[in-house]
Design a protein around this ligand. Structure first.
Ligand SMILES: C[S@@+](CC[C@H](N)C(=O)[O-])C[C@H]1O[C@@H](n2cnc3c(N)ncnc32)[C@H](O)[C@@H]1O
Length: 273
């Protein structure tokens, strides 16, 4: 019964659930069905078919939002050693003193704050005079609220260098809170990557980001939906800017002439035209 409902939703939402995700998805569906007092998956399917708004509600609630700080640490090492100094130097030469980053599908904010740490470190190390602007977006409003609060369990910080923990986090009883120095450069905002009316989050005005991270989002969608997201990411990335995907994700074939791989070991791509 659950399989039928999950297949139906995968088709409707373009989502690709792995065996591993099914338990999580069933939990989410069960709690929604309890809220609506609907007893069975079959009846819930009928409800969805007859209530158009239910599908958009589920769209924001079924994606898995598991994440942690410095996920794939090598990416962040590469950012600090290579990409960020290059981008900032180039911007300064072009009289542009703002470093513009988009964390698309940021979940509860760990990725955006990890980038904020990397940016702060690079700026301090090189003495750059620039403003850091990180826009962190997701469709999951609850996740965004948690990101704004910036409070995390110790396990989420397992990949964070010891020195960074003392510098950027306040240790509370059982948890860690991100310091204001990071909170002040990360702006959380709801945004659906399938929004047909905009090329980038409205807060960014016109996109043109120096760096766009969209990691571990594409994997949840079928090919057709991945193409729509990739087109949005292409438009939002400045020429010579960088797109960063998740470890298990690769560039859509149609984008091969637009982005070039930056490093054979990492899913980092430079927009070349
Ligand atoms: C697994 S998390 C990835 C978090 C982080 N980027 C990382 O790599 O650790 C996937 C996130 O993508 C978000 N997401 C899924 N579909 C989306 C869409 N259409 N628009 C915006 N965010 C979406 C989900 O809500 C979820 O928070």
């Amino acid at each position: 019964m659950w399989n039928d409902l999950i297949s139906f939703l995968s088709l409707k939402l373009g989502l690709r659930f792995s065996e591993h995700d099914n338990g999580f998805v069933i939990q989410k569906l069960k709690s929604r069905m309890t809220e609506l007092s609907i007893p069975s998956p079959a009846e819930y399917k009928t409800y969805i078919v007859t209530h158009a708004s239910e599908l958009s509600f589920l769209n924001g609630h079924l994606a898995v939002s598991v994440t942690h700080f410095f996920r794939n640490p090598l990416v962040f090492e590469y950012l600090m050693e290579e990409l960020l100094p290059e981008i900032i130097r180039r911007n300064i030469l072009n009289h542009d003193r703002v470093l513009r980053v988009w964390s698309a599908g940021c979940a509860t904010g760990e990725e955006a704050y990890s980038v904020a740490v990397a940016c702060r470190e690079v700026v301090k190390r090189h003495g750059f005079q620039v403003t850091i602007s990180i826009i962190a977006t997701d469709i999951d409003h609850t996740a965004l609220e948690r990101g704004r609060k910036g409070i995390y369990q110790p396990a989420s910080l397992d990949n964070v260098r010891y020195g960074f923990i003392n510098k950027y986090f306040k240790k509370e009883k059982e948890w860690f809170e991100v310091m204001d120095e990071l909170k002040s450069v990360v702006h959380f905002s709801p945004y659906d990557l399938f929004d047909p009316n905009t090329y980038a989050p409205p807060e960014s005005m016109f996109g043109d980001f120096d760096m766009v991270l969209c990691r571990n989002v594409l994997i949840y969608y079928d090919d057709q939906h991945q193409k729509v997201i990739m087109e949005k990411l292409r438009r939002a990335t400045a020429v010579n800017g960088f797109l960063i995907l998740g470890e298990a994700e690769s560039l859509d074939l149609g984008m091969r002439g637009v982005f070039a791989g930056e490093n054979s070991r990492l899913p980092i791509f430079r927009r070349i035209k």
